[in-house]
Design a protein around this ligand. Structure first.
Ligand code: AMP
Length: 426
C-alpha cells in the first residue's frame, strides 16, 4: 500500500454508493430533459472574481471556502474551483448571447462543486449538485415550474414526503425596510450576540436569521416576517407562487425566516426538506429567484430562478430509508477457455453478447476450467460458454448445473443470450 490517502473531505465513492449516485444523477438528467431543459457542462474552474462578485465578497463561501488555484505566470486571471453553479451558468448565458434565444433559457447540469468547509456527515469538500436554471422570465409561473420539477424529481427517486419550505426574501425596493425592522428586533439583544453576529447586525441583519449561535437562534423565533413587509409587486408574486403550488400538489411549508446562504436571491426562496429535518444543514436542496444577478455580472437586467439539489444528500437519505438501488449485477454470461490462443475469441464472443444487449465478460486467464467456473458462480453468472480446444463452444446453465454438447458458435451464443434473458431479465 502506498502512503497516499485521499485528501480530507474528498472521498472515493465505491459500491454500493457509486451505483446509488449514478442512479440519482441519471434520474436528475432525465427529469429535467423531459421538461425541456437543455444540458450544459461548465468548466470546474472560473475566474475567481466571478464568484466574488456573484456570491458576495463577505460570504463564508468566498472568504473561507473558496479553493483558489495558484496563479501561473502565463495566466492573467486568478482561478477558483467552482463552489456553486449559478454564477457559471449566468456567465455562460452572457458569454454565448443566450439572450437572443427564446426566453426563458432553461438549462440543466449535474456538477461537482468544491467548498473548503469543515467535513462532516452530509458535508464534504467535493460534492455533486443537480442544478437547473431558468433565465429570462420574471413571472411567478416559472418559479412554480422549477419548484414542482425539483419536488417531482425527489419523489421519483423515492423521497415521496419531500416538503418545500417557502419564503420570499423581497427585492431592492422592500428589503431595506425589512432590514430596518429586523435590525431593530435584534438590537434588543445586541450586547448578548456573538461577535460574528454583532457584525452581521451592522452589515447584513438577514444573515442573523441563519446564525447557529444560541442567542440569535432564540431571538430569531420572534423576528418579524418578511412576507409582512413585501412591496406590492413581491407580495403579489409570492401569492401567485403559493396559489400555483397548491394546485400542483407540492407540499408547501411556510418558512417565514428562511434566508438562503447566498446574497443574490430575490423574491421566492425555498428549501427541499424531509419532514423533521431543519435548516440548511438538513436540506436536500434549495433554490430561489435571482433577479439582480445577471446585471451584477455585467449583463442587462434579466430575471432568473433555479435550484440546486445535493446528490450526496439524496443518496444518504435513500440509504437511511433503505431505498438505495442495488449495485449493477455482474455479467450474466462468462466466456471461458484454457488455451492462450482462445482469449481473442472469448473476448469477441463476450462483445457479441453485449452488442445483443446481454451483459457478458470473458475470462481472459488460462486457469483450470474448474477455477474459471468457480469464479463465474461467485459472480452469480447465469450461463458459461466454454471455448473448447477444437474451437467449438459448450454452454453451461449454472442454475440447472447442466452442460450441452459442444455446438456451432452462432447457435451456442444465441442459446446463452436466451438463457440470460429468461433467467436474468436481460
Ligand atoms: P447551497 O448551494 O449551499 O444552497 O446548497 C444546495 C444543496 O447542495 C444543499 O441542500 C446540499 O444538499 C448540497 N450541499 C451544499 N453544500 C454541501 C456540502 N459541503 N457537502 C454536500 N452537499 C452539499
Amino acid at each position: 500500500m502506498s502512503g497516499f490517502q485521499s485528501p480530507r473531505g474528498l472521498r472515493d465513492i465505491r459500491e454500493p454508493d457509486a451505483s446509488a449516485f449514478a442512479w440519482a444523477e441519471e434520474h436528475a438528467w432525465s427529469a429535467a430533459l423531459a421538461a425541456g431543459y437543455a444540458r450544459i457542462q461548465l468548466p470546474v474552474a472560473e475566474d475567481s472574481a466571478l464568484f466574488e462578485r456573484a456570491i458576495g465578497g463577505t460570504s463564508d463561501v468566498v472568504t473561507k471556502e473558496l479553493y483558489r488555484l495558484a496563479v501561473r505566470s502565463e495566466e492573467s486571471t486568478p482561478l477558483a474551483l467552482r463552489p456553486e453553479v449559478t454564477a457559471g451558468v449566468v456567465r455562460a448565458y452572457l458569454q454565448h448571447g443566450m439572450r437572443s434565444e427564446p426566453q426563458p433559457v432553461r438549462l440543466v447540469t449535474v456538477a461537482e462543486l468544491f467548498r473548503h468547509d469543515r467535513p462532516q456527515k452530509g458535508r464534504y469538500r467535493q460534492f455533486t449538485q443537480f442544478d437547473i436554471e431558468a433565465i429570462g422570465d420574471a413571472g411567478s409561473g416559472i418559479d412554480i415550474e422549477v419548484i414542482e420539477l425539483g419536488t417531482a424529481y425527489l419523489r421519483s427517486v423515492g423521497l415521496r414526503d419531500i416538503e418545500v419550505h417557502l419564503n420570499s426574501v423581497g427585492c431592492p425596493t422592500c428589503r431595506p425596510g425589512y432590514l430596518v425592522v429586523l435590525a431593530k428586533h435584534f438590537a434588543a439583544v445586541a450586547d448578548r450576540l456573538s461577535p460574528v453576529d454583532q457584525a452581521r447586525l451592522e452589515e447584513n441583519p438577514l444573515r442573523l436569521l441563519d446564525s447557529k449561535d444560541e442567542v440569535a437562534v432564540a431571538h430569531a423565533k420572534g423576528a418579524p416576517r418578511f412576507v409582512e413587509h413585501l412591496c406590492a409587486d413581491c407580495a403579489e408574486h409570492d401569492r401567485a407562487v403559493r396559489e400555483g403550488l397548491s394546485i400542483t400538489g407540492v407540499t408547501v411549508v411556510d418558512a417565514p425566516h428562511l434566508v438562503r446562504g447566498l446574497d443574490y436571491y430575490t423574491k421566492t426562496a425555498w428549501e427541499f426538506l424531509l419532514p423533521g429535518e431543519q435548516g440548511q444543514q438538513g436540506a436536500l436542496g434549495g433554490g430561489g429567484r435571482y433577479d439582480g444577478l445577471v446585471e451584477l455580472l455585467g449583463g442587462p437586467a434579466t430575471p432568473g430562478v433555479g435550484f440546486a439539489i445535493g446528490i450526496d444528500r439524496v443518496v444518504l437519505a435513500l440509504q437511511e430509508r433503505g431505498l438505495a438501488p442495488a449495485p449493477q449485477r455482474p455479467p450474466a454470461v462468462v466466456v471461458c477457455g484454457i488455451e492462450p490462443g482462445s482469449v481473442g475469441m472469448r473476448i469477441a464472443i463476450a462483445s457479441e453478447l453485449r452488442a445483443a444487449g446481454v451483459s457478458a465478460r470473458a475470462d481472459v486467464s488460462t486457469r483450470k476450467i474448474g477455477k474459471q467456473l468457480e469464479s463465474a458462480v461467485r459472480d452469480t453468472a447465469i450461463a458459461v460458454i466454454i471455448v473448447e480446444p477444437d474451437g467449438s463452444l459448450s454452454l453451461r446453465d449454472l442454475a440447472a448445473g447442466s452442460q450441452a454438447e459442444p455446438g456451432a458458435r452462432a447457435m451456442v451464443v444465441s442459446a446463452a443470450a436466451q438463457l440470460a434473458r429468461t433467467q436474468g431479465g436481460q
